[in-house]
Design a protein around this ligand. Structure first.
Ligand SMILES: [Zn+2]
Length: 267
């Protein structure tokens, strides 16, 4: 059972509210709620946690060495695109194949210990765990795993890869909504404001996450703020000194970061 399913009682459950099943479900919901310190602090956000598919479910390989769990949580979220094809296969199978291909590329070609990013959002709006333990640490609301998705930011940010190439197209609506839900959940868990959502190009010399998705980030911050029930404050729009310095120093470069899957790795 998914966490989100706990918040969608069936008509049958409503008709017979004190079944053993509903009592057990309620107990689990209470236990899950107790693990969310920010929820207990009375924040406005009360949406169900998104259904995030863990590494085991999509068939991840073991990491080549233990994933490092950091004592700190993230300071921000960084949005990427995978620069893979804008497929119209929106299936879970495709999402799983993508996750495995990314892991294979990151481990075998890049030499990393595991998938680089913490989470992946497929074109079909499936949300998957990337690097092992990212999901378990997200649920703590206090720690994160060290990642490999953005140079200089891998110990202080959560990286989200979005399947597709968003240089001239925007993501499908369902994928965008899944991204917003995921960002809101991450912000809620770690106590981050929605203004702390950035694009990869704000920190590294890369075109990632594509001009169109990058242009959507102010909207994404507002949509995440709305999900959190917080005021729409967006200091990141007004002041982005790191991004400005990078762009001044580098112009608008082609990516020199080999974060993208080579052609042919993903059928
Ligand atoms: Zn990127």
């Amino acid at each position: 059972m998914t966490f989100s399913a706990l918040h969608q009682p069936s008509a049958r459950a409503a008709a017979a509210p004190r079944t053993r099943r509903s009592i057990l479900t309620g107990a689990f919901a209470l236990a899950a709620g107790a693990a969310l310190p920010l929820a207990a602090a009375g924040r406005a956000y009360s949406a169900a946690a998104p259904d995030i598919i863990g590494c085991t479910a999509w068939g991840a390989r073991a990491a080549s060495e233990p994933v490092v769990v950091l004592a700190n949580g993230p300071e921000r979220i960084i949005v990427h695109h995978t620069a893979t094809a804008n497929v119209t296969d929106y299936s879970k199978q495709r999402a799983f194949a993508l996750a495995r291909a990314i892991q294979t590329y990151h481990m075998d070609a890049q030499g990393w210990i595991d998938t680089g990013q913490h989470f992946t959002v497929s074109r079909g709006a499936f949300v998957l765990e990337g690097r092992h333990s990212s999901l378990a640490e997200l649920r703590t609301g206090a720690r994160q795993v060290r990642a490999a998705h953005c140079v200089g930011q891998n110990t202080v940010s959560i990286g989200i890869e979005n399947e597709g190439t968003y240089t001239s197209q925007v993501p499908p609506a369902a994928q965008y909504a899944a991204l917003a839900d995921l960002c809101a959940h991450i912000c809620d868990q770690y106590g981050l404001p929605a203004s702390e959502i950035y694009g990869h190009r704000d920190f590294n010399a890369t075109s990632c996450p594509g001009d169109r998705l990058y242009a959507l980030l102010p909207t994404l911050r507002k949509d995440v703020a709305a999900r959190l029930g917080t005021p729409v404050a967006d200091p990141a729009e007004a002041a982005d000194p790191i991004g400005d310095l990078v762009r001044q120093a580098t112009g608008r470069p082609a990516s020199t970061y080999a974060e993208y899957l080579p052609a042919g790795l993903l059928p």
